[in-house]
Write a protein that binds this ligand. Structure first.
Ligand SMILES: [Zn+2]
Ligand SMILES: [Zn+2]
Length: 342
């Protein structure tokens, strides 16, 4: 736990939006606390949880990520012209799928693997060792697979740690762009596709609602890669943008009753919900800060996999991306039979 991790500082954008009575379009990750808050939430959720070991491992990873985010500096970022050009074309300036990655992220990865060695379960050691020694070709291929969603050739055992390094790298770049372009207007804004991150074009992990000032329960989508949160109105499908056929599901509601009305009432109060759309057949989870101030999209998503099982029984497809857990396999990285560090 980090002292002060629960203090949320408003960004200059949020302060000015609030003064103008508007909803800020972006909610920025904070360099000093971003992964520390995730770690704290993961530790809280891991106690007595069926997936407690995995959540605790992910908390250790978040702890290591926080140290790396605060140490990282000096990697190339888009200049003013590239930012303007992206804005003109309605595209994200730091696209996950084709941004030329600086080898700095390899150093982040090796540091994460070495930090994790200290507390890792015995089974995870071979994977961490392999990552510490992996060559650049292997690492770049893993990154390509993770960032483009083409899973062929992905080493599942090491994927959370590789993804953890890429998250640090992208979060750093987003923050570095803001630091570098301070006083020159907004470096990031709305892009043509409002279902993906306006900074890096990645899909969201989940929605998060927050109340600030007069704006009650505004919904933001949490980027699975860079951690930026962008605003989208409530009662709108974050996959197809349909507004007609949304329904909300939660675990408490499902467990307690066959009475549909009582069940819907309980679902309306749950900390973690699934927002499902009959138009496109997809769902995305939503976490609510006004029901629990410590919710964190990545952590709460990992800890609520039973909700995914429940909703998938209704035939809905998950759209949320959680790089800590691909393919829904709740296993810490251990000796996987097909894992090859070639
Ligand atoms: Zn992003
Ligand atoms: Zn939809």
């Amino acid at each position: 736990m980090v002292a002060g991790a629960t203090v949320r500082v408003m960004s200059p954008e949020e302060i000015s939006a609030r003064a103008a009575g508007e909803t800020a379009f972006l909610h920025w990750p904070e360099r000093a606390t971003f992964f520390a808050e995730r770690e704290m939430r993961l530790r809280q959720l891991s106690r007595g949880h069926a997936m407690g070991d995995f959540l605790a491992f992910t908390a250790d990873l978040a702890h290591a990520q926080q140290a790396q985010l605060q140490a990282l500096q000096g990697v190339p970022i888009p200049d003013g012209r590239a930012i303007d050009e992206a804005a003109r074309r309605g595209l994200p300036p730091l696209p996950a799928s084709d941004w030329p990655r600086d080898p700095a992220w390899h150093r982040v990865l090796r540091a994460l693997a070495s930090d994790l060695q200290a507390h890792a379960p015995a089974g995870a050691s071979p994977t961490l060792q392999r990552l510490a020694n992996a060559d650049e070709v292997f690492l770049e291929r893993q990154a390509d697979a993770l960032l483009t969603g083409v899973m062929a050739g992905l080493d599942l055992a090491s994927a959370p740690i590789v993804a953890g390094a890429l998250q640090v790298y992208w979060t750093h770049m987003v923050l570095a762009v803001r630091e570098h372009h301070q006083g020159q207007g907004q470096p990031f804004g709305r892009i043509d596709d409002e279902t993906v991150c306006p900074c890096c074009g990645s899909r969201p992990t989940a929605s998060i609602t927050r109340t600030s000032g007069d704006s009650l329960g505004q919904r933001y989508l949490h980027c699975s890669l860079c951690g930026m949160q962008w605003h989208m109105v409530r009662i709108k499908c974050p996959h197809c943008l349909g507004t007609k056929s949304l329904s909300y599901h939660s675990l408490d509601a499902a467990e307690q009753s066959n009475d549909a009305e009582a069940s819907a009432a309980r679902a309306a109060l749950a900390t973690v919900q699934a927002e499902a759309c009959d138009d496109c057949g997809h769902y995305l989870k939503m976490v609510h800060t006004d029901r629990d101030p410590f919710v964190e999209p990545v952590a709460d998503d990992l800890a609520s996999l039973t909700l995914d099982l429940l909703v998938s029984e209704t035939g809905k497809q998950r759209t949320g991306v959680n790089l800590m857990l691909l393919f829904g396999e709740p296993e810490p990285p251990d000796a996987s039979p097909h894992a090859g560090g070639d």
